[in-house]
Design a protein around this ligand. Structure first.
Ligand code: ADP
Ligand code: MG
Length: 462
């Protein structure tokens, strides 16, 4: 069950926290009592235990147990009896933001991404996960371009697309592709020096190196010894001046030495707020590619492929049912599958359409997700082949105003967002402009069959 809880937490806890702090906990016992269940978790040492508490990780763990078991769960944290005696002298650390992390704490638990995937220690490193490879990445229209570029980069680093920049909303496979590139490179040539690093670690490393006056070592590590640098969620460096500077120089050094850089982000370079212009332009030097929301066929294929690799019997009708109801996040698809599997293990009954429906009834509404603004915007821009930024801009070109009006119409229809909010979403347009757009499109749908068709096509995507 602990494994399932960890998988469940992938939906809500940042991956590096999960890997570094939660996964190393050991589940000692789960005991039913009057109020529900008591779960005893063992931390490897005092330091880890305090860290888990300080970062408020206990609540999400309890939440995950609650959701999976349907019972009220209370987590008790204890310490391994084998913990090093020196651990007990480790001081209690208050929570702090990443940027302010005292150097000694960073030293106490080195970011695995940095130390373990460079040089000799790269193979078998926890940073590069063998779980994510091209073989288990399901390709469909929504991701085929990103997938093909990733394969091309992995086969011939620094030859075609440098940097490769992949963006999408969360849970659509960016991290998966990034690991797959690393794994394929190592497969081709085990001597390749690869570094996979979530941007948060990169930021940490810059902060720590500056504090400890070790910028030379930092530069050496990033600029001189790598063949392939994979940075995940690069958008988070935006506005962090010293990290941006270091990234800039690292990028230039690697680029001019013909080394491959691959970046992922939650939005395209042009929409990352607060990002220094010289960095934005570099992001766009190579290939910028998007993963969009997978179509229903791809969602079904992903479910079936996960079920197969986890040895779960998943009837077609159930796969179709789940894929029809969860549209915009593959991680959520996996989450449901994990829950159904657990249920079926606990009860000994097979997964059926009824059990799946029951699961959906138990879900919080937000999860079973009525459509989000983001999903609708994505569908509209894909249909018209324009950019989200254009819709939000003030341009009045016909090519943009029609998609904009349709987006406003559909968002209002499916989310019921108040007019003011809707307006502010579209570059601060006021209430009356929004009303005008709504009226206009409603009339046009009735008289113009082309527009009607477009709206229908977009609705089908949703
Ligand atoms: P992101 O980094 O974009 O937030 P992830 O790469 O972490 O998303 O993907 C979330 C989960 O969904 C992972 O477990 C990943 O393996 C799975 N996933 C996403 N897209 C695909 C796909 N096309 N085929 C198979 N699994 C996928
Ligand atoms: Mg990711």
């Amino acid at each position: 069950m602990w494994g399932d809880v960890c998988r469940f937490l992938e939906q809500s806890v940042i991956r590096y926290k999960l890997k570094t702090w939660i996964e190393p906990l050991k589940c000692l016992s789960i005991t039913p009592d009057d109020d529900g269940l008591t779960v005893r978790l063992e931390a490897p040492n005092v330091f880890s235990r305090d860290w888990v508490k300080d970062q408020s990780l206990v609540e999400p763990i309890e939440g995950a147990f609650n959701s999976i078991t349907g019972k009220q769960c209370k987590v008790e944290l204890c310490i391994s009896s084998r913990a090093e005696p020196t651990d007990r002298t480790t001081p209690h650390h208050p929570p702090f933001a990443l940027e302010e992390a005292p150097a000694d704490i960073l030293r106490a638990e080195p970011p695995k991404g940095v130390l373990l995937s460079v040089g000799e220690q790269r193979t078998g490193s926890p940073a590069l996960s063998g779980k994510y490879v091209f073989d288990n990445f399901v390709v469909g229209a929504s991701n085929q371009f990103a997938h093909a570029s990733a394969v091309a980069v992995a086969e011939r680093p620094a030859e075609q697309y440098n940097p490769l920049f992949i963006y999408s909303s969360s849970g659509l496979g960016k991290t998966h592709l990034l690991h797959a590139i690393g794994n394929r490179c190592l497969e081709r040539d085990p001597k390749t020096h690869i570094l996979y690093i979530p941007a948060e670690y990169f930021i940490n490393d810059v902060v720590e190196s500056i504090r400890r006056n070790q910028m030379n070592a930092f530069r050496n590590r990033f600029r001189n010894s790598l063949d392939v640098l994979l940075i995940d969620d690069i958008q988070s460096i935006a506005g962090k001046k010293s990290t941006e500077d270091e990234f800039f120089h690292t990028f230039n050094a690697l680029y001019s030495a013909k080394r491959q850089v691959v970046l992922t982000s939650d939005s395209p370079p042009s929409e990352i707020e607060g990002l220094a212009e010289r960095i934005r332009t570099r992001f766009e030097w190579g290939l910028v590619t998007e993963i969009s929301i997978p179509e229903i066929e791809t969602r079904i294929a992903i479910l079936k492929s996960k079920a197969e690799s986890d040895d779960i019997y998943l009837p077609n009708e159930v796969a179709t049912f789940i894929a029809t109801h969860i549209k915009s996040d593959v991680r959520k698809l996996e989450g449901i599958l994990a829950k159904l599997q657990l249920q079926s293990t606990l009860t000994g009954a097979e997964i059926t359409l009824d059990s799946a429906k029951q699961e959906f009834r138990n879900m919080v509404p937000e999860e079973s997700s009525a459509l989000t603004v983001e999903t609708i915007l994505n569908a509209v821009v894909q249909h018209f082949n324009v950019r989200i930024a254009d819709l939000k801009s003030s341009t009045r070109k016909k090519k943009i105003t029609l998609p904009r009006h349709i987006a406003i119409f559909l968002i209002r229809k499916y989310t019921g967002l108040p007019l003011e909010k809707l307006g502010s979403y579209f570059g601060g347009r006021d209430h009356s402009t929004v009303t005008h757009a709504l009226n206009k499109i409603q009339q046009e749908i009735e008289i113009d069959s082309g527009i009607k068709k477009s709206v229908e096509a977009i609705q089908n995507r949703l």
